[in-house]
Design a protein around this ligand. Structure first.
Ligand SMILES: CC(C)(COP(=O)(O)OP(=O)(O)OC[C@H]1O[C@@H](n2cnc3c(N)ncnc32)[C@H](O)[C@@H]1OP(=O)(O)O)[C@@H](O)C(=O)NCCC(=O)NCCS
Length: 161
C-alpha cells in the first residue's frame, strides 16, 4: 500500500483529481481548481509524479519532483483527504528526496503560500527551513493578498555538501 510508483501519462486524470481534492484546503484564498491535465502533462515532461495507491489501485497521494538548474524541486504534494494523517506525506516527501538525490541535487526547494500557517511546522518537521518570500505567480486567481514562502532543505549532511 505504501509502494511508490512513477506516474505515466495514463495517470494524468487521477493526479488531477487527487490533487484538486486535496487542494480544496486552499479554496478560501485561491480561485478555481489547483491544476488541470495540461498543467500535469507539462510538468511530467520536466519531472516525475510519484504516486501512492490503495489496495484497489485508487490514488491516495501524489507529489511532483523535478530538477531545476541542478536543484531539486518538490511540488503539488497531495494526500487524499480520507487518507490524511496516516503518514502518506512522509512516504511521498522521502520519495521526492530520493528522486532528487538520484539526479545529483544537493538541495530541495518547495514553496508554500504564506497563509497556510499549519504547513510551516509541517515542513520544518521534515528539515525544511523558510528562506525567502517571492511574489505569488497568479495574481489573477488570488482571493486575498498572497505571496509564496520558499523553503529549502539540504539533501546531505553539511560535510558532504
Ligand atoms: C499537507 C498534507 C500533504 C499532509 O499529508 P498527511 O499524509 O496527512 O501527512 P502525514 O500523515 O504523512 O504527516 C507527516 C508528518 O507530519 C507531521 N505533522 C502533521 N502536521 C504537522 C504540523 N502542523 N506540525 C508539525 N508536524 C506535523 C505528522 O505528525 C507526521 O509526522 P511523523 O511522520 O513524524 O509521524 C495533506 O494534509 C494534504 O494533502 N493537504 C492538502 C494539500 C496541501 O496542503 N499540500 C501542500 C501544499 S505546499
Amino acid at each position: 500500500m505504501n509502494a511508490i510508483r512513477t506516474a505515466t501519462s495514463k495517470d494524468v486524470p487521477a493526479i488531477v483529481e487527487v490533487t484538486n481534492r486535496a487542494y480544496l484546503a486552499e479554496a478560501a484564498c485561491i480561485d478555481g481548481a489547483r491544476t488541470d491535465s495540461s498543467d500535469i502533462a507539462a510538468k511530467m515532461r520536466a519531472g516525475d509524479f510519484l504516486l501512492l495507491a490503495d489496495a484497489e489501485g485508487a490514488l491516495t497521494g501524489s507529489v511532483y519532483a523535478a530538477s531545476v538548474r541542478g536543484r531539486g524541486y518538490l511540488g503539488l504534494l497531495a494526500v487524499s483527504p480520507a487518507a490524511q494523517g496516516q503518514g502518506l506525506a512522509r512516504v511521498l516527501i522521502h520519495a521526492a528526496e530520493d528522486w532528487c538525490r538520484a539526479r545529483q541535487c544537493r538541495y530541495l526547494d518547495l514553496t508554500v503560500i504564506n497563509v497556510r500557517h499549519e504547513l510551516f511546522p509541517f515542513y520544518r518537521h521534515f528539515g525544511f527551513a523558510p528562506r525567502e518570500s517571492v511574489p505569488f505567480p497568479r495574481p489573477d486567481v488570488m482571493k486575498v493578498q498572497l505571496h509564496l514562502v520558499k523553503f529549502t532543505k539540504a539533501l546531505y549532511p553539511p560535510e558532504q555538501l
